[in-house]
Design a protein around this ligand. Structure first.
Ligand SMILES: Nc1ncnc2c1ncn2[C@@H]1O[C@H](COP(=O)(O)OP(=O)(O)O)[C@@H](O)[C@H]1O
Ligand SMILES: [Mg+2]
Length: 386
């Protein structure tokens, strides 16, 4: 046991630098992309920021090509530069209320109500006089009886209107009550927001209006220039066998509503999708795909970029000040098939396995191309040759 325990340090590593799960970002704290990807994506996003039309960007790529990684990078590195606040949705459902529910859960009712209250009250002179020293929680505690609650709802409704956060009477009223009733139920449900959503078609068609008001509010209370929804793995649900007819129409309906909203509000829609998912979406609704504009198709990694990705993971995991591919030999990836180094997922998996083999066998440095090749063969022996 102790024997194998000191074998990673003997390779100059504090841990296996490659994540075995081979999804997401793994251990990386400083996300960066190959230069070519970065330049192209930044260009796309710049266009998005300058665009007057639909603010939608589609990241297209097969399994393991780096879609989730790119969305994380956009969230961490790019959106802050535009003062855009991101909301990340992993594997969102097809129906519009799925998305809304997820959003509600992410933001939290108490936080929204508190921030909204802070935004609204100072604009009301009379309330300010009365409430200047009150914190939100204390203010909630003053709403002991029906009369005081009604008065608060009234004041908030006016303030919401004055701030142009909604125009529809019912929505204004609902939002005001949402704040006032926070003390009773601090948790958000989309039902709180949309009345009778499952009962009548009419209410369902009103959903986007409520959602739009919420998007507006989120933008305002985040003190951001816009907000972005990053939708990861929309691809899953577009698999033909998973999507029945009504789900298919819910899916395209959700996308269309999002796009419509993106056009009216400062909302960016950034989604990842597989080529199959995109093709399927196009079959379902060609005009929708047209509105996406040009998708960003993730390119295959070149050999040089593959080296870059491996080095990026090795660097923070090394104990010494070694450079390059250490503890691997400088030509360690040279023997790999093109299908292995062109896909981030496969490459990372092979490297993870190579480190495992080296530890198991007590190999000494530098770790050779032969070892890496062996890891490839063990993992992908049955895989058809390109
Ligand atoms: N640009 C990149 N730099 C470093 N590692 C990456 C990069 N792109 C993807 N990876 C890694 O490859 C694996 C698969 O990426 P992932 O984003 O999960 O793919 P997808 O979402 O397309 O299935 C993950 O381990 C991820 O950390
Ligand atoms: Mg993914």
């Amino acid at each position: 046991m102790t024997d194998t325990d000191d074998r990673l340090p003997r390779l100059g590593l504090v841990r296996n630098p490659f994540p075995p799960a081979t999804t997401g970002t793994g251990f990386l704290t400083d996300l960066s992309l190959p230069d070519r990807w970065e330049a192209e994506l930044r260009r796309h996003i710049r266009e998005l920021a300058d665009s007057e039309g639909d603010r939608a960007l589609v990241i297209e790529g097969g399994y393991g090509t780096g879609k989730t990684f790119i969305l994380n990078w956009i969230q961490a590195k790019v959106l802050p530069e535009y003062r855009v606040k991101p909301y990340f949705f992993e594997n969102p459902g097809v129906a519009f209320y799925d998305l809304a529910n997820r959003l509600m859960r992410q933001v939290g009712r108490y936080e929204v109500a508190k921030a909204l209250w802070e935004l609204l009250y100072p604009s009301d002179a009379e309330a300010q006089q009365r409430l200047i020293s009150l914190e939100f929680r204390q203010w909630l505690a003053t709403l002991g009886n029906r009369k005081s609650r009604d008065r608060a709802v009234q004041t908030l409704t006016e303030s919401l209107r004055a701030q142009d956060l909604a125009t529809d009477e019912e929505i204004l009223h609902k939002l005001a009550r949402l704040i006032v009733e926070t003390g009773e139920r601090p948790y958000f449900e989309y039902r709180d927001f949309v009345p009778r959503s499952s009962q009548s078609l009419v209410a369902e068609q009103e959903e986007p209006l409520y959602f739009q008001a919420l998007v507006k509010i989120l933008g305002r209370i985040a003190n951001a220039d816009g907000i972005a929804f990053l939708l990861d793995e929309f691809e899953d649900i577009t698999l033909p066998r998973r999507l029945n007819k009504s789900q298919a129409s819910a899916y395209t309906g959700t996308l269309r509503r999002l796009l419509n909203m993106a056009q009216r509000e400062d909302l960016w829609i950034i989604l990842s999708i597989t080529p199959e998912g995109l093709a399927r979406t196009k079959e379902l609704d060609p005009s929708l795909v047209d509105r996406f504009g040009h998708p960003y198709s993730i390119p295959a990694l070149t050999r040089e970029e593959a080296y870059g990705i491996v080095i990026q993971r090795l660097e923070p995991a090394r104990t010494g000040g070694e450079k390059g591919l250490y503890p691997f030999a400088e030509d360690a990836l040279d023997g790999l098939q093109e299908t292995s180094f062109s896909s981030p997922r496969r490459l990372i998996k092979i490297m993870w396995h190579s480190v495992g083999l080296a530890v198991e066998r007590g190999e000494s440095t530098p770790l050779t191309a032969r070892l890496v090749k062996e890891a490839e063969e063990r993992l992908y022996a049955e895989a058809p040759k390109p």
